[in-house]
Design a protein around this ligand. Structure first.
Ligand code: FAD
Ligand code: NAD
Length: 471
């Protein structure tokens, strides 16, 4: 490989992995470029993922609450109407504010933003097909692949983002469908099922496994989530496989088969959401031109320093191993730049929280019971229900529980699983405790303000090695 280069580091992809890495590199004084083909920064997360979905989750929750949950609070409301166009506009404004914010941060940190599709020409050169037409070539001493992921398609069901949709269509529907079938009861399936069910659609979620929530969710919590979301009106068909779909008529027909007994059924819906997972995305990147190795699932293979088999080409985010989460991508971005600049970096893959932003929220960090059993670890369980928490009671929002799993001998926290109001904020405390190697007693002996939901967290910790006071 040649020595000369225009940039110290070039990021291909301006999603959370690429844009965070580029900002960090700029802050470290490295001459940095970031190539993004979408026409806006922030990737899946800011444009069509985390951010727009949370806007719709928040506002559909408010709408649903105003419709169904005000009387007992002493609030009589009049005519409540959905203005879906305005709800979508509010979402779009959140998105554009944040993506423009990233552009500002690029300028502030002297990152060159190159709008176009990047493709490896050789080990140090990336050819860019510019969005405005024409092409250019840029060279990097270091190159970081951060091209993200895309929806895994369902064979035989062509996505048109109108009748057969991915999450991208699900955050942009122009009217509330009468019926919606969701294929896959993972996080995307359940968040989007919540939005459209709250807005008035009859939603049926078909999940292949016996439990909803996707990989990682503790079975006891998943069962609670299914019960609570079921009460909100979402129908579930677990242990059920979608075998084929037909979108040729007015309504989409979905054939499903029970995992046990093989009973068949046909479901019909105006809109079908395909949410069976996401897969790494490297189309058009030209990795074959540089011989970057990929595994059987098309993930770019890396070592602990995020290096591919071509050492100055690193890779971070959804396109490589690990959970497909924005905050995981962000941690990797910072660590990869630190490796480039200083030779060391750090991500603790044992302490990456997961949050499902339904109501109530579900959040967890560390290991779940099934994982501990499989590993033969002896553990203790401490739980505390929100029904016994004073703040949840005053908020009339008492569904759910906090569950601690700690080592039977040392009391060190191994995992925390929460379903309940504000679980997604509360999990930060659990993550910090796990990161610091805390015991459940360490948490229980830390003073928590009263009345807060976090007291349920403290009392669950207390019940792991002793007894909760309020339950
Ligand atoms: P991406 O965000 O996919 O970014 C990759 C970027 O690279 C894209 O913008 C793409 O256009 C660009 N690109 C690809 N190839 C090229 C090329 N050759 N040249 C130039 N540019 C290229 N995660 C959470 O943590 N919390 C959430 O609440 C959450 N909600 C989600 C909701 C939905 C509906 C979806 C779909 C995902 C959600 N995620 C969430 C996951 C999160 O969006 C991803 O983990 C995150 O975006 C990964 O970041 P990334 O930078 O690796 O990839
Ligand atoms: P997932 O892997 O979480 O869930 C997919 C589900 O579909 C699984 O439960 C699987 O058993 C089921 N499934 C697969 N094939 C099926 C079939 N033929 N019939 C019925 N069910 C089937 O994937 P996802 O929900 O699509 O999410 C993709 C990624 O995006 C995940 O990595 C997720 O972490 C990330 N994401 C995160 C958030 C968040 O953090 N709040 C939100 C949305 C997406």
């Amino acid at each position: 490989a040649s020595e000369a280069s225009d940039y110290d580091v070039v990021f291909i992809g301006g999603g959370v992995a690429g844009y965070v890495g580029a900002i960090k590199a700029g802050q470290e004084g490295l001459k940095t470029a970031c190539i993004e083909k979408r026409g806006s920064l922030g990737g899946t997360c800011l444009n069509v993922g985390c951010i727009p979905s949370k806007s719709l989750l928040n506002n559909s929750h408010l709408y649903h609450q105003i419709l169904h949950d005000t009387k007992k609070r002493g609030i009589d409301v009049g005519d409540v109407k959905l203005n879906l166009t305005q709800m979508m506009k509010a979402k779009d404004e959140s998105v554009s504010g944040l993506t423009k914010g990233v552009e500002f941060l690029f300028k502030k940190n002297k990152v060159d933003y190159i709008k176009g599709t990047g493709s490896f020409k050789d080990e140090h050169t990336v050819k860019v097909n510019l969005l405005d037409g024409g092409e250019t070539e840029i060279r990097g001493k270091n190159i970081v692949i951060a091209t993200g992921s895309e929806t895994t398609p369902f064979p035989g069901l062509e996505i048109d983002e109108k009748k057969v949709i991915t999450s991208t269509g699900a955050i942009a529907l122009q009217e509330v469908p009468k019926r919606m079938v969701v294929i896959g009861g993972g996080i995307i399936g359940l968040e989007m099922a919540s939005v459209w069910s709250r807005l008035g659609a009859q939603v049926t979620v078909v999940e292949f496994l016996g439990q909803i929530g996707g990989p990682g969710m503790d079975a006891e919590i998943a069962k609670q989530a299914q019960k609570i979301l079921g009460k909100q009106g979402i129908k579930f068909k677990t242990n059920t496989k979608v075998t084929k779909g037909d979108a040729s008529g007015d309504a989409v027909k979905i054939e499903v088969e029970a995992a046990k007994g093989g009973k068949n059924e046909t479901l019909e819906a105006e809109v079908v959401l395909v949410a069976i997972g996401r897969r790494p995305y490297t189309d058009g990147l030209g990795v074959e031109n540089v011989g970057v190795e990929m595994d059987e699932r098309k993930r770019v293979v890396i070592d602990q320093e995020y290096r591919t088999n071509v050492p100055h080409i690193r890779c971070i985010g959804d396109v490589t191993f690990g959970p497909m989460l924005a905050h995981k991508a962000e941690e990797e971005a910072v660590a990869a730049v630190e490796y480039i600049k200083k030779g060391f970096g750090h991500v603790n893959y044992g302490a990456i929280p997961s949050v499902m932003y339904t109501h109530p929220e579900v959040a967890w960090v560390g290991q779940n019971e099934a994982e501990l059993k499989a590993a033969g670890v002896k553990y203790r369980v401490g739980t505390f229900p929100f029904t016994a928490n004073s703040r949840a009671k005053t908020n009339l929002d008492t569904e759910g529980l906090v569950k601690f799993l700690s080592d039977a001998e040392t009391d060190r926290i191994l995992g925390v699983h929460i379903i309940g109001p504000n679980a997604g904020e509360m999990i930060a405390e659990a993550t910090l405790a796990l990161e610091y190697g805390a015991s459940s007693e360490d948490v229980a002996r830390t003073c928590h303000a009263h009345p807060t939901l976090a007291e349920a967290f403290k009392e669950a910790a207390m019940s792991t090695y002793s007894q909760a006071i309020h339950f």
